[in-house]
Design a protein around this ligand. Structure first.
Ligand SMILES: *Cc1c(COP(=O)(O)O)cnc(C)c1O
Length: 225
């Protein structure tokens, strides 16, 4: 298996190029290593390679890794979060990328003792299999979150469908960026909405060109077991 370090060198070159094309600073782009496919040993390799942001999409996987690695990482929950399971992870997680309904916001608000940085997940493509709010639902949803003092909307997140030609994701990423700009302009104190969590192994360069601040890379970085 190719080492994480070698994969990272290639990904960082891709980030550099995409940032240059877009006139952006590569320091503004955070790599979240998605470790859901791999072992704790492989995850340690990620930390050794210098990546501090880790992403997991299921409670079980998250808790298993968290127990071993804990404070060495910043933890991102990137998968669908069941309301009844919020209490199991909420005290350990640093960011939630999948806020997509009021019942979930209510539970996070209730279970956490401090403000939780959340990304609101948007289904930009409208594909039925994808989670997230429709574009037109996002503003009213975020306005409704005002009542929850422990919810902080730091950005928007999307998962693009898989296209053989990643260029086809561009209009979706652009749409999310424009929506982010719009929400940011509302100047809601609990929703600074500065970040864009978008781009995965196949399409992260396009996502960066369109403004991603957090890319979520699994397969290309750690492989798949
Ligand atoms: C699995 C996953 C990723 C990483 O996907 P790769 O194509 O392996 O890079 C990113 N985001 C979410 C929400 C995921 O579930």
């Amino acid at each position: 298996m190719v080492s994480v370090k070698e994969n990272l060198i290639e990904i960082e070159a891709g980030i550099q190029h995409a940032a240059e094309r877009a006139g952006r600073n590569k320091e503004d782009i955070n790599i979240i290593a998605v470790t859901k496919y791999v072992t704790i040993e492989r995850t340690r390799e990620v930390i050794s390679a210098g990546i501090t942001h880790l992403g997991e999409n299921r409670n079980e996987g998250f808790l298993a890794k968290f127990e071993e690695i804990q404070a060495d990482a910043t933890w991102h929950f990137i998968g669908t979060l069941q309301t009844r399971k919020v209490k199991d992870i909420i005290h350990h997680i640093d960011y939630i990328h999948s806020l997509d309904r009021k019942s979930l916001a209510k539970e996070i608000n209730k279970r956490s003792e401090k403000k939780v940085p959340c990304f609101v997940q948007v289904n930009v493509s409208g594909e039925e299999s994808k989670h997230g709010l429709a574009v037109e639902e996002v503003e009213p949803f975020i306005k409704e979150l005002a009542e929850y003092e422990n919810i902080r909307v730091v950005g928007l997140m999307t998962m693009a469908p898989h296209f053989d030609n990643p260029e086809e994701t561009r209009p979706l990423f652009k749409k999310l960026r424009l929506l982010r700009d719009h929400i940011k302009e509302l100047h809601l104190d609990y929703a600074p909405c500065e970040y864009l969590s978008m781009g995965m192994s196949n399409d992260y360069e396009i996502a960066i060109e369109e403004g991603a601040t957090h890319i979520r890379v699994g397969t290309k970085l750690v492989g798949k077991e």
